[in-house]
Design a protein around this ligand. Structure first.
Ligand code: IMP
Ligand code: MG
Length: 183
């Protein structure tokens, strides 16, 4: 696996440093609040585990599972809720933790769905953002890395459900029209 992706575009060390910074900032911004950290599975699992441990304040951990289906490297916008939160979030300070914001459609869907439940606050923390790919405007409070328009794998992100456990982020370089079906 590591032979295939010899050159990381974000190394393990860069991940560690940046996630530590994000954790410190979240700890400071959410001190004294009623934080529920909502991980968007599967893609956010690796980032989530690191971020939660880097944010040294009380929090509840929750997960939501969505899939977005699309051909090529584009989300179709048809986001499907596969598994919901286990507790109500009314009155809570909810921070959504995403792997990557590409078109923005997944985050837009989640913000719409969760805001109906009347959290006190609802913000987004994403490990990665591809600003050039945005088709809808979304407000991202915390962004780990802005990356160019390349299909990336590792650190939770997959290509056809593989490579999620790669311990760094690598570009998958096989042309432009790969199918994508990711969560
Ligand atoms: P959206 O287009 O912002 O809705 O992103 C939809 C989902 O597509 C993300 O949550 C990821 O699961 C997936 N995705 C987008 N870009 C990439 C990528 O470069 N590698 C792997 N998955 C991606
Ligand atoms: Mg995702």
């Amino acid at each position: 696996m590591e032979r295939i992706f010899g050159r990381p575009i974000v190394t393990q060390e860069q991940m560690r440093t940046r996630i530590r910074e994000l954790g410190r900032q979240i700890a400071s911004d959410y001190a004294g609040k009623d934080l529920v950290l909502v991980g968007v599975l599967k893609g956010a699992y690796a980032f989530y585990a690191d971020l939660a441990r880097a944010s040294r304040i009380p929090m509840r951990v929750e997960f939501i599972v969505v899939t977005s289906y699309g051909a090529g490297k584009k989300s179709s916008g048809k986001v499907k809720l596969v598994s919901d939160l286990t507790e109500p979030i009314a009155g809570k300070d909810v921070l959504l933790v995403e792997d990557i914001v590409d078109s923005g459609l997944t985050v837009q869907y989640l913000m719409k769905t969760l805001s109906r439940r009347k959290p006190r606050s609802l913000k987004v923390c994403t490990l990665l953002s591809k600003p050039d790919r945005r088709t809808v405007e979304v407000d991202l409070e915390y962004v780990g890395f802005k990356i160019p328009n390349k299909f990336v794998v590792g650190y939770g992100l997959d290509y056809r459900q593989e490579y999620r456990n790669l311990p760094y982020l690598a570009a998958l370089d096989q042309g432009d029209e790969q199918e994508q079906e990711s969560a």
